[in-house]
Design a protein around this ligand. Sequence first.
Ligand code: HEM
Length: 365
Amino acid sequence: MTRHAEAQQVLSDPTVSTDPASPGHPMPAMRPDDPSEEELEIRRRFQAGQFIDMDPPEHSLYRRMLIPEFTVRRVKEMRPAIQEATDLLIDDMLKAGSPADLVDAFGFALPSMVTCALLGVPYADRDFFRARTRKMMDTGVGSSADGIAAAIEVWHYLDKLITEAESEPGDDLIGRLVTARRETGELTHDAMVGMVFLLLIAGHETTANMIPLGVHTLLRHPDQLAALRADPTGWPLAVEELLRYHSIVDWVGFDRVATRDMEIGGQAVRAGEGMFVLGASANRDPRVFDRPDDFDIRRGARNHLAFGYGVHQCLGQNLARAELEIAYRALFDRLPALHVIGDDDDLPFDYDGVVFGTRAFPVGW
Ligand code: HEM
């Protein structure tokens, strides 16, 4: 589905399923050719919390438990921790000196540090956590032996972290989940590990990829960057426009199947037929966005589908917006001479990934 209206229709129709086990789903649950016993065991145990692959009412049960963790108010409380992590990373860049790869030195590191703060990962474990999540994302969570090995280490780590919180819950997301679980008894230990792993996966590569892409786009539109420097109140809308313009989660992330016969945009779709929603195309639909291929921070594009639409709309979107705004502002404030090194044609864009991005972005300052 390529148009904005039909994309919204598919993503909000309760008779359209996202469950990979639904007959006809276009992306059946990932089954590697020769999974190890350990991997099979992990997938079996922690599948319970993967609510991105569930339909209501089961989906709502899990999502509801996490909503309070991502409200505007809660994210506002997290802003100092995001700012601190951002400043530390820029301090390190300044210490190491120009040039740097912004993907490595900043893009991938920030979401990992923010996830540590969100989940309550102890300081002593943060380097381990950052290294493993980097490896897991860099090598493909489910698609390479190295990626799977790193993912297994992360699963075991989260399992341990949650077990510890079960005896002594802290004042963080995991601590609050543990406490809620005690009160209602509706969440198993394994489901909790699965949910937390999903948060990590969903929030990491997405934010990590948006940071370099956004910096690149702003450097290539110096007039708009100058306007933001002169009037920083424009940042929130600039972030929305960057999200629309890049639409980094596209068809692979919007895999669905019809569970009844239906009509979408004049096209008959039968029960059991798979569908992909082309998010990037919907976000450049000229019926909704004037001059859709132009990057324009003044357009005020809040109705984009970069965070999806309907019941699965991104749970972490407030957090993502805060991370992006803080990161862009700090990078351009503290590195006033920030510039791209090399030719755009040489940037290693990852067109085949689940999430669009560049695997490296050399910058100087
Ligand atoms: C720029 C950053 C981000 C982008 C572009 C993004 C995009 C998306 C999109 C398009 C979906 C919907 C997928 C679907 O309909 O099947 C989604 C779902 C989700 N996102 Fe994000 N996301 C971002 C950051 C985050 C962060 C920071 C977190 C949390 C730490 C997060 C957690 C989630 C979760 C848990 C879901 C599943 C929601 C559900 O199924 O109910 N995301 N995201």
